[in-house]
Design a protein around this ligand. Sequence first.
Ligand SMILES: Cc1cc2nc3c(=O)[nH]c(=O)nc-3n(C[C@H](O)[C@H](O)[C@H](O)COP(=O)(O)O)c2cc1C
Length: 172
Amino acid sequence: MRILVLNGSARPDGGTAAMVAAFARGARSAGHDVDVLDIARMDIHGCLGCEYCHARGNGSCVQRDDMDEVYPLWDAADMIVIASPIYYGSFSGQMHCLIHRTYAGGIPKRCTKMALLLCSGARGVYDNAEGIYHGFLQGYFGAEDCGVFEATTGEATSERMAERLQEFGERI
Ligand SMILES: Cc1cc2nc3c(=O)[nH]c(=O)nc-3n(C[C@H](O)[C@H](O)[C@H](O)COP(=O)(O)O)c2cc1C
């Protein structure tokens, strides 16, 4: 299975990165082809709302930036994993930009499975991000929700979480 993991954290040693690394390790050991994109290190602008994509662009965005690298992987993936820190009760700004830019092409072509990895400073702050995931991504795509993992920074970098996510990757 081809898996695309979108990491929305800018911190290479943060909790989200640790969760992503454990999941990717497990999935790769099970033979899956895993692409991890550190989107906070990519040049991805916000949607302009120009509707070029739907009016004249035939599903392609008018902007040329690193989304050109994301779109083919988005459409090739059998599974998409959204991983993000919680900022102001939702995804990171970089993740919001990426999600908005997928408006151009719409539903990913092959994706039948999804998962969500969230890392936060406090507990119980995940409702908005989960609502976007279930309402506008996994649910809207008709993809199976394979799991939602939530962790504070300390939990995300713990051995226990690494084991849980590696095992999740292995059995996906
Ligand atoms: C701009 C900003 C906004 C944040 N907002 C929240 C928040 O609303 N709720 C919360 O629990 N933690 C919040 N945090 C804390 C982060 O979620 C926490 O540091 C988390 O570990 C970040 O993930 P990372 O380690 O992968 O970078 C915020 C941090 C930043 C920098």
